[in-house]
Design a protein around this ligand. Structure first.
Ligand code: ZN
Length: 81
């Protein structure tokens, strides 16, 4: 008599197929996750950059709402106060 039967061979084949399928599924999921991480680049944390505006009188650079300089005729001071 043989030491194995058709049923045992089929069972072994099914187990091997199941293990292969699970391994392939896990591998594909990991590959997709890695791809997703690579496809989403890191957003720049600081995207609120204001352009500096030069004062037409004193020439000092500053934000649009920056405080006025020492000169009395600075337009920034007159605009805010
Ligand atoms: Zn000024």
């Amino acid at each position: 008599m043989f030491g194995f039967s058709i049923g045992k061979i089929l069972l072994t084949a099914v187990v091997i197929a199941a293990v292969w399928f699970v391994a392939k599924s896990i591998g594909g999921r990991n590959r997709m996750a890695a791809k997703g991480n690579a496809a989403t680049p890191k957003q720049p944390a600081d995207d609120q950059v204001e352009d500096l505006v030069a004062c037409p009188i004193c020439g000092a650079y500053g934000e649009a709402g920056a405080a006025a300089c020492d000169r009395a005729d600075c337009p920034r001071d007159s605009a805010s106060a």
